[in-house]
Design a protein around this ligand. Structure first.
Ligand code: FES
Length: 310
């Protein structure tokens, strides 16, 4: 899909937001709160960004991009090149972080730029008349993005945690004080997500939700295994230093992908035989144990051959 950048807005040091609109005569598909879009950059890099706006009536999509100091050409490219009026390439929204709209209580926890999907969730919960609360953490107020936007909502629902002001988020206490049966959502930096995972481990399945913005373990690069493609009957060797995705694309096999970091879910392929070495953050622990599918952008193989439904 193509989209025109309607506005590019400075939000804080290192954070820009972009409102995207369909080209004349075209329409954006609708989506649900928590959805993200993949943007396809001309340098061949794809990146996923959460939508800030509720996409149920999508006259536009809004995303925010934080320029990563260690950018490999994604966020830095966007900050340097995207201007209002430019036409860019995106994929339709997908939702790996869906909101449970029936929840009696919803607690949202965000850190830094991880607040972006929370706006769409808040809008939806407000529209449904459901109770919610947000705890948003940042390093220092002067550098935090979107505080002006958070100020539009009932302040009794929002707690800001400013590290520099000594009001850091105590995730352990917050989770411990949260009633059983509350749906809890977390999006933020690595450390926050790791703490959230640990502290919600004893909650019933399906009540703790999180979304990663970066990949997990180091991609297995040893290679030395074979992909057997069930439908085409082909076999493809994965050499040292290659990912499964590299090997498949080099062999001309058309596999969808976006983030290349094991977080977006777009490169999922069914496994018919063999055991993958899962390195992604998309499949649940249960799905990984079942070994019925593999994210080919970042995972490897624990068996000499992996038979894929391709
Ligand atoms: S391309 Fe995103 S999970 Fe593989």
């Amino acid at each position: 899909m193509h989209a025109r950048i309607r506005t590019a807005r400075w939000e804080s040091n290192g954070v820009m937001s972009y409102a995207l609109e369909p080209l004349a005569g075209e329409h954006f598909p609708s989506c649900t709160a928590g959805a993200h879009i993949d943007v396809h950059l001309p340098n061949g890099i794809n990146r996923s960004y959460s939508l800030l706006n509720d996409g149920s009536v999508p006259d536009h999509y809004e995303i925010a991009v934080q320029c990563d100091p260690d950018s490999r050409g994604g966020s830095s490219f966007i900050h340097e090149n995207w201007r209002a009026g430019h036409v860019i390439s995106i994929a339709p929204p997908r939702n790996n972080f869906p909101l449970n709209e029936e929840a009696a209580r919803t607690l949202l926890i965000s850190g830094g730029i991880g607040v972006t999907p929370m706006f769409a969730m808040i809008e939806r919960l407000e529209a449904l008349g459901r109770p919610w609360a947000l705890h948003h953490a940042f390093r220092r107020r002067e550098q935090a993005a979107f505080l002006d936007r958070l100020a539009r909502y009932d302040p009794s629902r929002i707690v800001l945690h400013d590290d520099a002001a000594g009001t850091s988020l105590d995730m352990r206490a917050l989770i411990a004080d949260t009633e059983a049966g509350t749906h809890i959502y977390c999006c933020g930096p690595e450390r926050m997500l790791a703490a959230f995972t640990e502290l919600t481990a004893d909650r019933p399945a399906g009540f703790a939700h999180l979304e990663y913005f970066s990949g997990g373990d180091i991609v297995p690069a040893a290679g030395g295994y074979t992909l057997a493609l069930n439908r085409s009957g082909r076999t493809i060797e994965v050499e040292a230093g290659e990912t499964m995705l590299d090997a498949l694309l080099d062999a001309g096999v058309n596999v969808g992908f976006a983030c290349s970091e094991g977080i977006c879910g777009s490169c999922r392929v069914e496994v018919l035989e063999g055991v993958p070495d899962h390195r992604d953050r998309f499949l649940s622990a249960e799905e990984k144990r079942a070994n019925k599918s593999v994210m080919v952008c970042c995972s490897g193989a624990r068996t000499a051959t992996l038979t894929l439904d391709l």
